[in-house]
Design a protein around this ligand. Structure first.
Ligand code: FES
Ligand code: FE2
Length: 339
């Protein structure tokens, strides 16, 4: 049964962050965004600012973007270059790209202060086919374990990072994930999909922490008919001439940002425009339905319904994982219809 209480409010949101988003592999960008030593990608991961940097040896390292002096930010969010060291934006402490405190600038003689005890807090970083992921759980299983079911998803990404776009939705991130995980809504919400893929042959497969959705693509379709989703908030959508990574970023209890990263054949400008058009249209349709669902979840009348065994196995799997992460359900509150 759906835990309606998990879809709004600060408390559930905090638990989503600490028990789900900060304990799973989170996509932060592509290696092409940080090709040279000193290049970095800074991102919010489950409410924690994180920076991934390419060090002098050419390897990636990840740290919390938090200075050990008084919690200043080392770098601004986004991609950039920090040179040979991080210089805190507050009072200028300098850290080597391996996280060691190199210079507590003009600090003065402080008895007992040992700079070796003030290195940056580390995070895990791993890549898969050029995609960069971080995990704030230092004991997490390797990324390759999560991605094992995607080994046969070839070739991906087959083209350079062409474009990034973001969309804001007034709904909990899980409301959107659940929408993504079923094709049951296609005929009602995306009727033009019927011209693109054979909706009647839609199929859902769950392998490990990956949920695949398939439908045979029609000849003129921009879609390749394969959608892969990786626990807890990432999707890989394949098109006829490229692919798109979709990060479902939890911004607030009832606010989600979809961050799209398009990898597309640069020689196919016409198909790219066609794909953007299709992608934007589908997002607008899902945004409307998700925001309506969110409003109804938050209204406190709906207590949980029933899932289709034919179409919504992915949703059921996701809801079970979420319920597990949240532990015991909160005590049931009495339903009230009066104002
Ligand atoms: S907070 Fe970073 S140097 Fe003060
Ligand atoms: Fe949809």
């Amino acid at each position: 049964m759906l835990r309606v209480d998990l879809y709004s409010g600060e408390e559930a949101f905090r638990t989503d962050r600490t028990e789900v988003l900060r304990r799973s592999w989170q996509f932060v960008g592509h290696t092409a965004m940080a090709p040279n030593p000193g290049d970095y990608i800074a991102e919010d991961v489950g409410g924690a600012p994180v920076v991934v940097v390419r060090n002098a040896e050419g390897a990636l390292a990840a740290f919390h973007n938090v200075c050990r002096h008084r919690a200043g930010a080392l770098v601004a969010d986004g991609a950039g270059h920090c040179g040979e060291a991080f210089t805190c934006r507050y009072h200028g402490w300098r850290y080597s790209l391996d996280g060691r405190l190199r210079n507590a600038v003009d600090f003065g003689a402080a008895p007992g202060f040992d700079p070796r005890e003030f290195g940056l807090f580390p995070a895990r970083v791993e890549t898969w086919r050029g995609l960069v992921f971080v995990n704030l759980d230092l004991d997490a299983a390797p990324l390759s374990e999560s991605f094992a079911p995607l080994t046969d998803l070839a070739p991906f990404p087959d083209f350079p990072l062409t474009e990034r776009r973001s969309h804001r939705l007034a709904c909990n991130w899980k409301t959107y994930v659940e929408n993504y995980l079923e094709g049951y809504h296609l005929p009602m919400v995306h009727p033009e999909f019927d011209a693109d893929v054979v909706v009647a042959d839609y199929q859902v497969d769950i392998e490990g922490e990956v949920i695949f959705q398939w439908a045979p693509a029609r000849d003129a379709s921009v879609y390749a008919g394969t959608w892969a989703w990786l626990w807890p908030n990432l999707a890989i959508n394949t098109y006829r001439h490229g692919s798109m990574i979709e990060r479902m970023t939890a911004v607030g209890p009832e606010e989600t940002r979809l961050d799209y990263f398009y990898f597309f054949d640069p020689a196919r400008a016409a198909e790219l425009a066609q794909m953007f058009e299709a992608s934007d249209r589908v997002t607008a349709q899902d945004k409307q339905v998700c925001e309506e669902v969110q409003r109804n979840l938050s209204a406190g009348i709906y207590r949980g319904g029933v899932l289709s065994p034919k179409h919504e196995r992915g949703v059921a799997w996701f809801q079970a994982r979420i319920a597990d992460a949240h532990g015991e359900p909160a005590p049931a509150k009495l339903a009230t219809i009066s104002a």
